[in-house]
Design a protein around this ligand. Structure first.
Ligand code: ZN
Ligand code: ZN
Length: 350
């Protein structure tokens, strides 16, 4: 076992504090890497505050992890010491079910995916995430971060990036596809960048016009405030796909009416209450409603390579680990453009 410094939550109400955790020894198929950067995802906050069920405390959050390999197991073939690597939302899965065999580990029907934190690993120990100095992960669940991507701005791609890339790919977004993106936050700003890089005609649907300049410079062609009720009339049947990155409960009927015939509305956020779907809003134009959850290992690698090729990464604000509790409050207030990333250097030093 190996100890590393980390930031952990000890209860739903206490601030995160610095502590020490252990990582397993490097097994034949494992790699150990120094964590250099860890993004802050809203899911981290939901988890530590027990909003998605009671976690096993202490919890070290963080599933947007980027760093450099320091040790490899005897049977490791895909990585070597010094490689730039990343880990996203899961660190294992059953490896045997149809979905795992297809590289869709996020939909594992065997054991289910093993979350990067808050789950229990094959070794029987709780998994702990990226707000720490280092981690040991099976090489099959580790991504290569291409040289063209800076490690800090690449970290959020491992959750926010893949969560938006996967549905854009699944629904064949390409040149001139009309893409609507609801919300311009951590997920939304990546949806705009990725959609634009795929050649799509991207529209941001935000509560206000406050971030309009940002949205247009990130690659959106149009930007509308949903507080202006006329847009729901003016944009009827205007999109092939709408990605909803907002986790609030929306007046879904009005948004569905903006989807064109045979188009799809994709839910990426997780609102607290069930979705209310007026039947004629999907009957009328043969519209679909779907959801999508992160992406598998092969697609996550494809996304990182795509980002490197197109010069895309997250817009970030880099912070020290001590700032994490304040950062949480700002994430909740949507006061970040567009992702906090923790520089974990002080945690690597113990
Ligand atoms: Zn996340
Ligand atoms: Zn499986």
């Amino acid at each position: 076992m190996n100890t590393v410094a980390a930031y952990a939550a000890t209860s739903a109400t206490e601030p995160l504090t610095k502590t020490t955790i252990t990582r397993r020894d490097v097994g034949p198929h494992d790699i150990r890497f120094d964590i250099h950067f860890a993004g802050i995802c809203h899911s981290d906050i939901h988890t530590v505050r027990a909003e998605w069920g009671q976690p096993r405390y202490p919890v070290v959050p963080g599933h947007e992890i980027a760093g450099i390999v320091t040790e490899i197991g005897s049977a490791v073939t895909r990585f070597t010491i010094g490689d730039r690597v990343g880990v996203g939302c899961f660190v294992d899965s059953c490896r045997e079910c149809d979905n795992c065999e297809e590289g869709l580990q996020q939909y594992c029907t065997g054991t289910g995916m093993t979350g990067t934190y808050g789950a229990v690993g094959r070794d029987g120990h709780p998994t702990q995430g990226g707000y720490s100095g280092g981690i040991v992960v099976d090489e099959n669940y580790v991504l290569n971060i291409p040289p063209a991507l800076a490690l800090d701005a690449a970290a959020p791609l491992l959750c926010a990036g893949i969560t938006t890339y996967s549905p854009l790919r699944h629904w064949n977004v390409g040149p001139d596809t009309r893409v609507g993106v609801i919300g311009l936050g951590g997920l939304g700003h990546m949806a705009v960048k990725l959609g634009a890089a795929m050649g799509a005609d991207v529209t941001v649907l935000s509560q206000s016009l406050k971030k309009m300049e940002d949205g247009l410079s990130l690659g959106a062609k149009h930007y509308y405030a949903t507080s202006d009720h006329d847009i729901f009339k003016n944009l009827r049947n205007s999109f092939d796909i709408i990605l909803n990155t907002v986790s609030a409960n929306l007046d879904l009927g009005r948004y569905l009416a903006m989807v064109d015939r045979d188009g799809v509305f994709v839910e990426l956020g997780a609102p607290e209450n069930p979705l209310v779907v007026p039947p004629f809003s999907i009957i009328g134009m043969r519209r679909s409603i779907s959801g999508s959850m992160i992406g598998g290992i092969p697609e996550t690698q494809e996304m990182l390579d795509f980002c490197a090729e197109h010069g895309i990464a997250s817009e970030i604000e880099v912070i020290e680990p001590e700032y994490v509790n304040e950062a949480y409050e700002r994430v909740i207030a949507s006061d970040v453009r567009y992702r906090f990333v923790i520089d974990t250097e002080s945690l690597r030093q113990g």
